[in-house]
Design a protein around this ligand. Structure first.
Ligand SMILES: [Zn+2]
Length: 268
């Protein structure tokens, strides 16, 4: 397992933590001010909830939304592929990546990895990175308490760590949604939250041209692109949209002179 990190609360979390005893003291000293104390506590909760519903926010803790500066200087870009492995789509994605000699980062769902171990082994054997995308990928993940969050993430971590000499070092929340309990859990498990700079919405939009346009608009070094091999929408021909989009996307990356790399927390 990866060594734990130290959890450091962000200014927003510290403020929210301080508002609670502050409101209590205010009500004890001046009971008439209870409506203001209640408003202050509600605003703190509202701010925390809004930060958790914004996938690229750093208000609740560290969050990779782009590659580090040195990687940007080298002209690197990261392709991240979520929600697999999928027995129909993942093998075709792996073949396409081989054809372009590109390495990607697969954020796999633990439950699916346990159901398709040969596919996960193939992802690792072909040189791609394997990262943690929760065990059950529950849509209400952002409503979990700390214990349930830790159980789900560490179960996925144990499942995925069997396949690679390097256990996962990044976590991506289901749909990118989270709450303030996530960062202390990730710190204890030695994981870092990773989101993205561009996504194609390829789980709900099968229009390949639009998905491609979202991913390639202002394509630049440091971009972390999000696609899906699991839960992929179908294009007009009934093909999983990632399979239609990947070849022109990889061509655009090459034309822009960018080098696809896997996510690496040691990246200087
Ligand atoms: Zn997902």
């Amino acid at each position: 397992m990866t060594p734990p990190r130290r959890w450091r609360p962000t200014p927003l979390i510290l403020t929210a933590l301080l508002i609670h005893p502050g409101a209590l003291v205010a009500v004890v000293l001046r009971p008439a001010c209870w409506p203001w104390a209640l408003v202050a506590v509600c605003l703190a909760h509202l701010a925390l909830t809004a930060a958790g519903l914004w996938p690229r926010s750093r208000l609740l803790g560290p969050n990779w939304t782009r590659l580090p500066p040195a990687a940007i200087a080298r002209g690197e870009i990261a392709l991240t592929i979520d929600d697999g492995p999928d027995p129909e789509v993942t093998p075709a994605v792996l073949d396409l990546l081989d054809r372009y000699q590109v390495r990607a980062t697969f954020f796999c769902i633990g439950e699916r990895a346990a159901a398709h171990p040969a596919l996960v082994a193939d992802i690792v054997r072909r040189g791609h990175a394997l990262e943690n995308h929760s065990y059950f990928h529950r849509h209400h993940f952002s409503l979990f308490g700390p214990a349930r969050m830790r159980d789900d993430i560490s179960r996925a971590q144990t499942t995925l760590a069997r396949f690679s000499p390097h256990p996962p070092r990044f976590f991506r929340a289901p749909a990118g949604l989270r709450n303030p309990f996530l960062e202390p859990v990730l710190a204890a498990l030695g994981l870092t939250l990773a989101s993205w700079s561009k996504r194609g919405f390829d789980t709900r939009d099968g229009r390949a041209a639009l998905v491609l346009a979202r991913l390639t608009r202002k394509l630049a070094a440091g971009d972390i692109l999000l696609l899906h091999d699991g839960n992929a929408a179908r294009d007009a021909a009934g093909q999983p949209v990632i399979l239609t989009v990947l070849p022109p996307l990889l061509d655009a990356i090459a034309r822009a002179g960018l080098t696809p790399v896997t996510l690496n927390p040691c990246q200087p």
